[in-house]
Design a protein around this ligand. Structure first.
Ligand SMILES: [Zn+2]
Length: 240
């Protein structure tokens, strides 16, 4: 399938990845992140929540700092050292102006050419329903790309010293059932992606009885496989 997709643009130097939860970027996207940071590009992560509602057997007060630590470790594996958390409440993120403003502020601080997020659509394809947090954050990222460039939409950001940034050229959505572009990844990137996902160890151990490393390896292999045999990460690319 990836062979029919266009190549992801590579004339950019800074990207900001914005997702709802710790682990959202590690289910495949991290292989592309590993390639891009290896090429010398600068990538930052912005998490809307600390993922505190993600582990059934852990109270949110305990889960939040643990998942934040796991996310920072996971980012470091693929060369990302800037990891910020907005502190929205896990599971009940509300799409709206508060979320759009928070993301627009981060875009103005980081000044990326590329935004990365995960599936904003209702389903993962077919009838496999997506979560409300992913839908809310994905849609807000697509909207905030324009918000960040308009000085009159959130004038309080300008008053806070955050000048408008209208330099976002693309928003790349991973996990979409309608991918348009892809980026090839090699064994080094895949191994980094497996290690990156494996850093969410507490989460994964609570999620599955399968051996954690085997689980990560299987998942990364599955989402990066293409009919041509060459591993790739695919995205639905929105151009601005
Ligand atoms: Zn998620």
């Amino acid at each position: 399938m990836a062979e029919a997709l266009e190549a992801m643009p590579d004339d950019w130097t800074r990207a900001l990845a914005v997702v709802a939860h710790p682990d959202d970027l590690e289910y495949g996207t991290a292989a592309a992140i590993a390639r891009w940071t290896g090429e010398g590009r600068e990538i930052s992560y912005l998490l809307a929540t600390r993922g505190e509602a993600g582990i059934d057997i852990l109270d949110p007060a305990e889960a939040a700092p643990l998942r934040e630590r796991e996310q920072r470790a996971s980012a470091a594996v693929v060369g990302v050292t800037s990891v910020e958390f907005l502190g929205h409440r896990d599971g009940v993120i509300e799409y709206g102006t508060v979320l759009r403003r928070d993301i627009a502020a981060a875009i103005r601080r980081h000044r990326p050419e590329l935004l990365i997020t995960i599936n904003h659509r209702d389903t993962w394809g077919g009838t496999y329903w997506n979560t409300p947090d992913h839908r809310a954050v994905g849609r807000a990222v697509l909207d905030a790309a324009a918000d960040a460039g308009n000085r009159w939409i959130f004038p309080e950001l300008t008053a806070d010293g955050l000048a408008p940034w209208n330099g976002v050229r693309w928003v790349a959505v991973s996990g979409s059932s309608s991918p348009t572009h892809s980026v090839g990844v090699d064994d080094t990137h895949l191994e980094a992606a497996v290690r990156s996902l494996l850093e969410h160890r507490t989460y994964i151990e609570a999620l599955t009885d399968q051996d954690p490393e085997e689980y990560c390896r299987d998942f990364v292999a599955q989402v990066t496989s293409s009919s041509g045999g060459r591993a790739a990460v695919s995205f639905e690319l929105f151009t601005r």
